[in-house]
Ligand binder design. Structure first.
Ligand code: SF4
Ligand code: F3S
Length: 352
């Protein structure tokens, strides 16, 4: 397979059916907020797109972002890696090690200078001249700056790369900073979340390949298609919030009835992410559906913003969408969630 070939050629080579490809494009169109008939145009454009060289640099991170991506269902990480992109360097997934791995990174940078996508997870420690984290004797600061020079765009994957994340939490012993603090002359797309939703990562890559450009970003550099609404805007428990029905403990009658988790510290009203709509594990669930409030993991400094289990002070946030729209969206998502849950229960009962 030609590593520089088109996505369409790679798909054919891998035996991916046109039906599966169109299904993926329809899911992407829906996530990007495009009409259903845009799926065919996305498919045509994506099939013709050249597979870009991708260099993935891990810095101060827990590998949760890579773990999240490798659990991506649509497309699977294998198909994405071999069909949509040419992953030329990723330390965690790489077979090569030591000098061979370093040489592969340098070769990919040289051969694709100005064209490759640079993916980064983890924050970058700047204390002690960057000595807190080095790979092959090169500090993370130096490695990022060298790789950024030839990148067409940079995707900061996860809250650590996007905003500093946990390594930057008080007292920030390593002087951790996000990618955007060190790279200011290249487009940086922040895909925040601790970790980010896998289909959001692949959706951003698909957008870049389809349109050849950086998606529209919010004030914090996040793609609006996935971070345009708060969790609260789209939460299926929102009708209970509007009715003033709040769980007071995690095991009271309100909690068992699925009431709003606001008083138990839910940060959904101030958190922008797609969890309430895209969900996790192939659309199975998300934290609030599992009975726990949102921690605000896709927002800057979420770790230092106070008690996870204390209600947000009133007057410090606005409801965003009109209540009627939010209630309708919440009710629709809630009804769908209930239907899925009923199907699951029926399947479990059948197995028994
Ligand atoms: Fe959902 Fe949390 Fe908003 Fe309640 S406060 S409606 S649980 S996002
Ligand atoms: Fe994070 Fe809140 Fe989603 S904690 S995973 S943004 S529901």
């Amino acid at each position: 397979m030609d590593p520089q070939g088109t996505v369409g050629e790679a798909l054919r080579h891998q035996g991916v059916s046109r039906r599966s490809f169109l299904k993926f494009c329809a899911a992407m169109a829906s996530m990007m907020g495009l009409p259903p008939d845009a799926a065919a145009a996305i498919a045509e454009s994506l099939a013709k797109a050249r597979r870009p060289s991708v260099i993935w640099l891990p810095f101060q991170e827990c590998t949760g972002c890579t773990e999240s991506l490798t659990r991506s269902n649509s497309p699977t990480v294998e198909s994405m890696i071999f069909n949509m992109i040419s992953l030329d360097y990723h330390e965690t997934l790489f077979a090569a090690a030591g000098e061979a791995a370093e040489a592969a990174r340098e070769k990919a940078i040289k051969e694709n200078f100005g064209r490759y996508l640079l993916l980064v997870d983890g924050s970058i420690p700047t204390g002690l001249d960057g000595a807190y984290s080095c790979i092959g004797g090169v500090s993370n600061v130096q490695m990022l700056q060298e790789a950024a020079k030839g990148a067409a765009a940079i995707v900061a994957i996860g809250t650590c790369a996007a905003f500093g994340g946990l390594p930057k939490a008080n007292p920030n012993p390593t002087g951790a900073v996000p990618v955007s603090a060190l790279v200011t002359d290249r487009p940086v797309i922040n895909v925040s979340g601790c970790p980010p939703i896998p289909v959001v990562i692949t959706g951003v890559l698909a957008h870049y390949l389809t349109f050849g450009s950086v998606p529209e970003l919010d004030a914090l550099g996040r793609p609006k298609a996935f971070y345009g609404d708060t969790i609260h805007d789209r939460c299926y428990r929102r009708p209970f919030y509007d009715q003033g029905k709040f769980a007071k403990t995690f095991d009271d009658e309100g909690a068992r009835s699925g009431w709003c988790l606001y008083e138990l510290g839910c940060k959904g009203p101030v958190t922008y992410n797609a969890c309430a709509t895209v969900k996790w594990n192939d659309g199975t669930s998300f934290p609030i559906e599992s009975g726990h409030g949102c921690l605000g993991c896709s927002e800057p400094d979420f770790w230092d913003k106070g008690d996870f289990y204390k209600a947000l002070p009133t007057g410090t946030w606005s409801a965003g969408r009109t209540l009627a729209v939010a209630a309708a969206a919440g009710a629709a998502v809630g009804a769908a969630a209930a239907a899925v849950s009923r199907r699951r229960q029926a399947a479990i009962a059948k197995e028994k």
